[in-house]
Design a protein around this ligand. Structure first.
Ligand code: UFG
Length: 344
């Protein structure tokens, strides 16, 4: 019988891509999402891509323990991939209570339900934000975490620690929980089918949706935050990773858990390409790939941005047998195809 994976936040951007890749790998998926930051567009897209109309979907808030418990009662869950969280860095600074309560309580409920139902594997979606402004680049998993730059970032650090502690405590108990934290760099792009992708509500915070929305005419002009950083072209450097590549890392990680290949009860992996790309370079490449001349201007630096951050993905490459494969051009073309699909 195939293993069953609960994807919390599975109707969202990364969650929907992960659902597709899990199903392609033969897993059964149960999706839980409160639709607070998305609608059913991507979930419908997932159904079309997979050709499956019967994916169990729970419109629940993971902050409600009773609802989470019900999912575990109705399904024998072998692993949970937890995405259900708020993710706007700036908003987290102005609304810390909202971020701490949502992001921590929902994860605690998942862990508690997992424990109460006999234990399972838990994969947490963490972020490269835990490295802050790293001194040595690229960052490995041994690079020390830095104090978080925002409440959002702090919830990632805190949830990593919660998972670590729960794994440690349950290792000697009846209901064992094993954990993996994947630290994502900058996920971008969309599924090659253009049926699922990033769907920001309101004005996008992240670079690529802002670029594609400017290109399609929804936004007037892209602001590039800072061209006076001590980098080659003066703009920030990031490790942009294709969302399908990222999704495949999750499949590799759950397979490692299911096949008993973990070397410790709690493991951490960087999920990046190892390739730094500047903001300006990305804008230029987008223009080449799309054939659209973008309106952009250089403005002041954005508060809280680090100058440069990219991964050393060697550990994930070796241990997960996974590697980011798509070129930046392919990924940008997929983001553009998705934006055009939305405009149809
Ligand atoms: N940028 C612009 N203009 C925009 C948007 C972004 O110039 O309109 C720049 C930013 O200044 C930054 C780069 O593009 O240099 C990437 O910005 P994003 O907002 O796309 O991504 P971040 O690197 O800021 O954010 C990522 C993750 C967050 C995480 C954060 C921590 O998306 O989840 O890293 O640094 F918290």
């Amino acid at each position: 019988m195939s293993k069953k994976v609960l994807v919390s936040g599975g109707a969202g951007y990364i969650g929907s891509h992960v659902t597709v890749e899990l199903m392609a790998a033969g897993y059964e998926v149960v999706v839980a999402d409160n639709l607070s930051n998305c609608d059913l567009t991507c979930f419908e897209g997932v159904k079309k891509i997979t050709g499956r109309d019967d994916i169990p979907f729970y419109q629940i808030d993971c902050c409600d323990y009773v609802s989470v418990d019900k999912v575990f009662t109705e399904h024998k869950i072998d692993a949970v991939i937890h995405f259900a969280a708020f993710k706007a860095v700036g908003e987290s600074v102005s609304e810390p209570i909202k971020y701490y309560s949502n992001n921590l309580v929902s994860f605690l409920n998942i862990l508690e339900a997992a424990k109460n139902h006999g234990g399972c594997n838990v994969l947490f979606s963490s972020s490269a934000t835990v490295y802050g402004e790293a001194k040595d680049l690229p960052v490995t998993e041994q690079t020390p975490r830095m104090p978080a730059m925002s409440p959002y970032g702090n919830t990632k650090t805190m949830c990593e620690d919660i998972l670590r502690d729960v794994v440690y405590a349950t290792s000697t108990q009846d209901a064992v929980i094993k954990g993996i934290a994947l630290r994502y760099f900058n996920p971008i792009g969309a599924h090659p089918s253009a049926l699922i992708g990033e769907l920001p509500r309101g004005v996008p915070n992240n670079l690529v949706p802002y670029i594609t929305q400017t290109a399609i005419g929804k936004r007037e002009c892209l602001s590039i935050f800072g061209n006076d950083y001590p980098t080659e072209d003066g703009t920030c450097l990031r490790d942009f990773i294709d969302v399908t590549d990222l999704a495949k890392a999750h499949v590799a990680a759950v397979a490692r858990m299911f096949e008993g290949r973990m070397k410790k009860g709690y493991e951490i992996f960087n999920v990046g390409t190892g390739r730094p790309v500047s903001v300006y370079e990305l804008v230029t490449k987008f223009e080449q790939v799309s054939g659209v001349k973008l309106d952009y201007k250089f403005v002041a630096r954005r508060e809280g941005d680090v100058m440069a951050l990219w991964a050393d993905p060697t550990f994930a490459n070796r241990e997960l047998g996974w590697k980011a494969e798509r070129t930046i051009e392919e990924t940008l073309a997929s983001a553009w195809a998705w934006e055009k699909h939305l405009a149809e």
